[in-house]
Write a protein that binds this ligand. Sequence first.
Ligand code: ARG
Length: 467
Amino acid sequence: MMSDHKTSNQMWGGRFASGPAAIMEAINASISFDRKLYAQDIRGSLAHSEMLAETGIISKADQEKIAHGLNTILKEIESGAFVFSTKLEDIHMNVEARLAELIGTAAGRLHTARSRNDQVALDFRLWVKDEFQRIAEALKGIIGVLLDRADEHAATVMPGFTHLQTAQPVTFGHHCMAYVEMFARDLSRVRDAIERMNESPLGAAALAGTGFPIDRHQTAKALGFREPTRNSLDSVSDRDYALEFLSIAAICATHLSRLAEEIVIWSTPQFAFVRLSDSFSTGSSIMPQKKNPDAAELVRAKTGRVNGHLVGLLTVMKGLPLTYSKDMQEDKEAVFDAAETLDLMLAAMTGMVGDMTVNEQAMKRAAGSGYSTATDLADWLVRTLGLPFREAHHVTGRAVALAEQKKVGLEKLSLDDLKAIHSDITDDIFSVLTVQNSVKSRKSFGGTAPAEVRRQIRYWKKRLAKA
Ligand code: ARG
C-alpha cells in the first residue's frame, strides 16, 4: 500500500512522523553539541542584561529576575536536571525558553538589542579563549618535562640523524631541547592569537548594530575582553579565531606526531634508545615478548584528525558572503573535537616523555657507529693542517673507506694507516674521534656541546618562569 506522501517520504521517511519537518529539525539543530557553550552563553547574557539595566533599556527589577533565572538555569544544567530540547534548536533558545518558564515575561526583554548572531559569536569566542588558556598550560607542562629530561641528559651522547642516517653525534638533552623550541613557538602562537581575538562582538546584533543606546565597552570589559570589535558586519561573520585555533592545534599536533614517531622508532628492540613505562605501553594478545608504543602511535595518528578539522572549517568558511550564514554553525564540532583531541595528545605525550627510561649505553653505542665523527676528522685537518675543507673532506672519505674495509671505527685506525692517507697527520687527531669529544667541541651558539645545551636550558627556564 502506498504511504501517505504528506507524512512520510517513500524513499527515506519510514522513521519520520511528519516527513520534511523532522528532517529539517535534524539538520538544523545544534543543541547536541553547542550545549557545551552553556556557561559562556549564561555569562554573556548576564553581562548583557546588566548593561541593558544600567543604560535604562530595561528596568532594574526585570534585570534582577533575569539574573536570578539565569543563575538557576546554570545550576540546573550543572546538576544534570536541565532538559535540552532539539525542537529549541540550540543552546541560546534552550536557555531563553527555560528562562521564560522560570520568570515569565521579563525573560522576553533579555534579547533586546541582541541577536543570536552576535550571541553565538560571543559564546564561541569565550569558549575558544578559555581553551587557548588550557592549551597554554598543557604546553607549559610538556615543556617543563622536556626541560627536566634535557637537564638529566645534557651530556648523554646519541646519534644525530639526517635522512634517518647517522650524521653526527649529538646529546639527548640537545634533542629534547629541539622540541622545547617547537612547543615554545606553539605557546607564543597561542598568546598571539589570544591577543588578536580579545575583542567582544556582543552588540553587533544581527549584523548592523542597534538603535538602542547600548554600551559595548561595558560588556566587553565585564566579559574580560580588551575592547569591543569595531565592525558589526565582521563581528558576526568572523571565525578567524576558530581557524587560528585549529591551525595552531594542527601545528602543535604535527610537532607531537614527530616526537611520537621518534619514540616509536627509539623504542624498537633494534634501536632500544628508550623504554616506555608500563603505564604508557601495551602488550600483545598473541606475542608475549611485545611491548607496544600504542600511545605514541595514537598521538601520531590523531594528528590526522586535527589537521582534518582545520581543512574542514577553512572549506566551510571559503566563499561565504557577509555576514552570518547557517554554514557557520558547522564551526563548533571541528573546534570541540580538535580541542579535546589535542588536550589528550599533550597529556599522553607529557606522561610518556616524563617516565620513559633512557638507555644511555644503547645511545652511546649507536652514536659511535656509522663513522659519525668523520666531520670531526675533516675539521681537524682544516684546523690543524690548514687544508681547505673540500680537500679535508676528500682525505676523510679515504679514511672512512679504509675503516670500512678493515671493519673498524675511525678511532681504531692506526696512526700509520692515517699517515698513509695524509703524511702530516699526528696522533693529536685521535682526540677528536671519540663521540664525547665530538659533542664537546660543538660549542657554537645553539650547538650540541653539553655546556651549550645547559645554557639553552637555563635560558628557557628563566624565560618560562616569567611567562
Ligand atoms: N546555532 C546557531 C549557530 O551556531 C546560532 C546562530 C543562529 N543564527 C541565525 N540567524 N539562525 O550558528
